[in-house]
Design a protein around this ligand. Structure first.
Ligand SMILES: *Cc1c(COP(=O)(O)O)cnc(C)c1O
Length: 415
């Protein structure tokens, strides 16, 4: 339910933690109410309600990871799901996904080793980083990894030398438009170059398997996949005419977590993307891979943080500075440029809310989380109060520094 307009803004009240009557969505927006009625998972709520924590902590509900995996698996019917390990390489997360039959996309030897240690077979692991040391390619090859990404001639030659006979796919450029965390031009090459490199791959004794792309992380524009897929289908045709038949199509990641705006369910992504695949490739039989990171683990985690200080810069300022015990250097790096705008919850003290600038606890002036995004918190908020940062299961623990200013890396538990 939402209560009446308050100061021109609608605020939403809903029960979340059983032991506390209400929490309030503090990042007020004009969104339709039903999207905002999502509650914190009871497991996570119970954990925070019954555990005395001295610092910020990410709690992951593994059942939500499982539900997201099953949704993705259904939505991308027939595609193999390779979890992008970097999004959350926690043992319990990997173990749960292994139990579900997931495959994995790794960016380094330690990530590959982590998966192997969990009993993943080498042929269910892709080495998807296009920037690898040649000796790491050799190590991966020795470990039995047989699927490698590249996006340049030099990388292709490294793979041909150090992983002879391996299967390879070439990553093509995609501009990342529409993504809240775009990937820029760092990865991928032009379609014309991909065409020549795939022929070279074959000539160098590699299995020239196919093409990959990534439309940008937290991609909320579902129309972004279709033009890339149409272009890739054209590339497949041109290579076919030159005697090389590709079979692998790696659809990348980009599926969203629920941040400040509501997002289309993963079933909607699957339907739109699979329809685009069928329209581009017709009945051609393809080996499909999807590589979700954020979309698999993002919504499964909540960080509990604590208010360290509330202050203003001038007598009578309406905007308060709220300093939390977590910041850009302890897990919230994706607030860079205010790109990823997490939903925040705080206990509803029954008072009105007011504008805040949110910042982290370190002595670096860059450690400001949100200054221009329009965050609101209750006027009665006080030091020592808890704040819950929602949908923080992806790209948080791994982005936490080893100890800037002496703050320990973000703690995490799996429930
Ligand atoms: C990071 C990454 C992904 C996952 O991206 P999300 O947007 O988190 O789904 C997939 N593939 C590759 C190659 C990546 O580097």
């Amino acid at each position: 339910m939402s209560d009446p307009q308050e100061g021109g803004r609608t605020r939403f009240l809903y029960p979340l933690i059983p032991s506390e009557p209400y929490l309030r969505l503090v990042n007020d927006t004009d969104l339709p109410v039903p999207n905002m009625l999502e509650s914190m998972s009871p497991k996570i709520a119970d954990f925070f309600a019954t555990t005395d924590l001295d610092g910020p902590c990410l709690a992951m509900d593994l059942d939500l990871v499982e539900a997201a995996y099953l949704d993705l698996h259904d939505a991308f019917d027939g595609a193999r799901v390779h979890f992008a390990v970097k999004a959350n390489p926690t043992d319990a997360v990997i173990a749960r996904l292994v139990a579900l039959g997931s495959a994995f996309d790794c960016a380094s030897i330690p990530e590959i080793q982590l998966c192997l240690d969990h009993g993943v077979t080498p042929n269910a692991i892709s080495y998807g980083n296009t920037i690898k040391k040649e000796r790491d390619i050799a190590v991966a090859h020795a470990l039995g990894i047989s699927l490698f990404a590249f996006d340049s001639e030099a990388e292709l030659h490294k793979i041909a030398r150090s992983a002879p006979g391996a299967s390879v796919f070439c990553r093509v450029l995609s501009d990342g438009e529409g993504a809240e965390w775009p990937l820029s031009r760092k990865f991928g090459c032009s379609f014309a170059m991909a065409e020549e490199l795939m022929l070279q791959a074959r000539d160098q004794g590699l299995d020239a398997a196919g093409i990959s792309f990534h439309v940008g992380s937290q991609q909320t524009d579902l129309s972004q996949w279709r033009p890339v897929l149409d272009a890739i289908a054209g590339l497949f045709e041109r290579l076919e005419a030159r005697g090389l038949s590709l079979r692998l199509l790696n659809l990348g990641g980009g599926m969203p977590a629920h941040y400040d705006k509501p997002v289309v369910a993963v079933s909607g992504y699957g339907a739109a993307i699979m329809a685009a695949v069928h329209s581009a490739f017709g009945d051609r039989s393809l080996q499909l891979i999807v590589e979700p990171g954020r979309g698999l683990v993002g919504n499964a985690g909540v960080i509990q943080a604590e208010v360290v200080l509330i202050s203003v810069k001038e007598i009578g300022d309406a905007t308060r500075w709220v300093y939390l015990d977590i910041g850009k250097f302890s897990g919230l790096a994706e607030t860079m440029g205010e790109s990823i705008r997490y939903r925040l919850l705080s206990l509803n003290d029954g008072q009105d809310s007011g504008p805040v600038i949110l910042a982290g606890p370190t002595c670096d002036s860059a450690d400001v989380l949100y200054e221009t995004s329009g965050y609101y918190l209750p006027l009665g908020l006080k030091e020592g109060d808890k704040v819950w940062i929602m949908s923080t299961g992806a790209y948080t623990t791994t982005y936490s520094s080893v100890g800037f200013n002496g703050f320990v890396p973000l703690e995490s538990v799996c429930l």
